[in-house]
Write a protein that binds this ligand. Structure first.
Ligand code: PEP
Ligand code: MG
Length: 275
């Protein structure tokens, strides 16, 4: 809530990534539907009608919770994470979706699913969402989008975009899984580069796939706050950037001075670069 108020004061046109897992971490039981509803409602109200992209629980791997006893995993980054946890514990997902529908006006609400690797995962979430809507007697449409954080999602963006209302690229995880480098490992931090041409080609594949179905693509990973990346992302077809609040003014000023031609030219050169 505090960050939402700061972001609006800083000129944000919406919230591109509400990391709901913060509500779920460092406690002994998951937050109740009522508690979640109140928090989501307060954040939506602070945004005063601006769009709110609210990410379903992204827990597991680097973000464990005491009340979710994960089986021991040799490689948690490749195990039960993101949407996989939600589809393992559909009770928690259904409660969260109910709280979102109750707390956030449908016009403002965009629900986003993390760590998607296959269309079937999105379909399962949509089925649960439709069940919750029916239960609440809701007929207004609710936007449901995917986070593109796996190379699988980027390479099949056209298939996902046929059924997702929007795509948003999580460059932190996309870089980790593309370069096979742990995002939290200091030993590989020097080479962990979200502007690596391999990552940029995955971003290009995403925007192309989304465009085939006229779906918008945003970026909500750390790269969206990097002014060096801004023209390249726009040149690749990204049309919304979710940055940290303290960067909003500088990024807006930067974008206001750019032409699309220049951005597209830079993007073409970056895609062809060797490093
Ligand atoms: C990302 O992976 O880029 C992202 C935005 O999600 P998180 O950093 O919360 O994993
Ligand atoms: Mg992520």
């Amino acid at each position: 809530l505090q960050e939402a108020m700061v972001a609006v004061a800083a000129g944000a046109q919406g919230c591109g990534l509400l990391r709901t897992e913060f509500l779920f971490l460092n406690r002994q039981t998951p937050p109740s539907e009522v508690e979640q509803t109140e928090v989501y409602r307060a954040i939506a109200e602070a945004l005063r009608g601006r769009p709110l992209i609210i990410r379903t629980l992204d827990i597991g791997g680097d973000k464990p919770a005491a009340y979710l006893p994960f089986p021991a995993e040799e490689n948690p980054a490749l195990g039960l994470r993101g949407v996989r946890v939600s589809l393992w514990r559909t009770d928690i997902l259904a409660t969260q979706l109910r709280a979102i529908l109750r707390g956030v006006p449908s016009k403002q609400c965009r629900i986003m699913v993390p760590m998607i690797a296959s269309l079937s995962e999105l379909r399962q979430v949509r089925t649960i969402l439709d069940g919750v809507r029916a239960e609440l007697g809701r007929t207004d449409p609710i936007a449901l989008g995917v986070m593109v954080e796996t190379p699988a999602a980027a390479m099949t963006a056209d298939i996902l975009a046929a059924e997702a209302d929007f795509l948003s690229i999580g460059t932190n995880d996309l870089t980790q899984y593309c370069l096979a480098m742990d995002r939290g490992n200091a030993s590989v931090a020097a080479e962990f580069d979200a502007l690596h041409p391999a990552v940029l080609r995955l971003i290009a594949a995403t925007t192309e796939g989304a465009a085939r179905h006229s779906r918008p693509t945003g970026v909500c990973g750390g790269l969206a706050s990097d002014p060096i990346a801004t023209p390249i992302l726009i040149g690749l077809g990204v049309r919304s950037l979710s940055s940290t609040a303290n960067r909003i003014a500088d990024l807006k000023a930067l974008v206001a001075d750019m032409t699309l031609d220049h951005c597209q030219c830079l993007a073409r050169r970056a895609l062809a670069a060797s490093s």
